[in-house]
Ligand binder design. Structure first.
Ligand code: FES
Length: 322
């Protein structure tokens, strides 16, 4: 019993001390103006110390991927900090491999600016912009997936590669909250960004997007991502997915046949029932025009008596094996 009380008292004191340190740092410590050097002098900034690297970069219109709103729970905000970042924190280690720690990768949302700091950011990320757009149309693709088309206002064009994604800003009273969605519209439509969004019950991003009305304003940053279509037309492309995994595949396929009409490409799309099928007609039309494009949809659930389906059945990865 005495042992239990000692452990409880010790834990309580430790937590109280941590809270006291956090509050006193916020109220009493002034880190003044610090230098934030990006890519060895490419973009030197003077910033107020005391905030996280992620929010300081955001305030200076440098948008690092972040899917958890800076809470340290997504691991997306990795950047290289060559000096001034302090020791790696225990909140970062679950998201960083040993090799990444050795290469000075850090979670930008966990690193606080307390002194001059030196970071390296890939040039692709320095080109990421904040976009303002208007909802042009909303289509129910299935009972829980919507297609949302956003007409760009400012800037009015986006330059992206097929397979990349944007981060939509969901309304929030605290720090900005962003959620990532692949761009499903092809790259030859630079004035719009189309998203295919599945409603996740309680999800901040998908609930916001599913509640939108035509004409409303949506802000997002982008483009992001290294999962992109190879520019070598002799490489055959095989796309396999289901649900809202359709988004990057649609972008890739329509971009391919706009640019390389004879390129070889397969689409394998898995659905549970006929109610989950979407875009099939569009792809069948495309396949009639381009003989090197092959479309395979498969249903994994047993068909109901009233369901009509002449296509494949079973899990989609088995169709790929065939
Ligand atoms: S923003 Fe999610 S871990 Fe840093």
């Amino acid at each position: 019993m005495v042992y239990l009380w000692s452990v409880l008292c010790f834990s309580g004191l430790t937590v109280a001390l941590a809270i006291w340190l956090m509050i006193s740092e916020r109220l009493l410590v002034d880190y003044g103006v610090c230098k934030l050097d990006i890519n060895a002098g490419e973009k030197p900034l003077e910033v107020d110390g005391g905030r996280t690297l992620l929010s300081t970069l955001y305030a200076n219109e440098i948008f690092i991927p972040s899917a958890c709103g800076g809470k340290g729970s997504c691991g997306h905000c990795k950047i290289t900090v060559t000096a001034g970042g302090g020791p790696v924190l225990s909140t970062e280690t679950p998201y960083l491999a040993r090799k990444e720690i050795r290469s000075n990768l850090r979670l930008a949302c966990q690193v606080k600016i307390r002194e001059d700091i030196y970071v390296r950011i890939p040039s692709d990320l320095l080109n990421v912009r904040m976009f303002t757009s208007t909802v042009e149309s909303i289509v129910d693709l299935t009972h829980d997936i919507k297609e949302i088309r956003l007409r760009l206002e400012e800037p009015d064009q986006i330059s992206h590669r097929p397979g990349q994604y944007v981060q939509v800003q969901a309304p929030s009273l605290e720090e900005p909250v962003f959620r990532a969605y692949s761009i499903s519209s092809p790259v030859y439509e630079p004035n719009l960004v189309e998203l295919v969004v599945r409603l996740v019950p309680g999800g901040i991003g998908s609930t916001y997007l599913h509640d939108l009305q035509v004409g409303e304003t949506v802000n997002f940053t982008g483009p992001y991502g290294e999962f992109v279509l190879t520019e070598n037309p002799s490489v055959e492309i095989v796309c396999v997915g289901g649900g809202c995994g359709m988004a990057p595949m649609k972008n890739i396929i329509f971009t391919i046949y706009n640019k390389w009409p004879d390129r070889s490409c397969w689409l394998f799309f898995g659905c549970r029932t006929t109610k989950d099928i979407f875009y099939l007609e569009q792809f069948e039309k495309l396949a009639k025009k381009h003989t090197n494009f092959h479309v395979v949809y498969a249903l994994s659930d047993k068909l109901d008596k009233n369901e009509k389906w002449a296509g494949e059945t079973g899990f989609i990865h088995l169709e790929v094996d065939k």
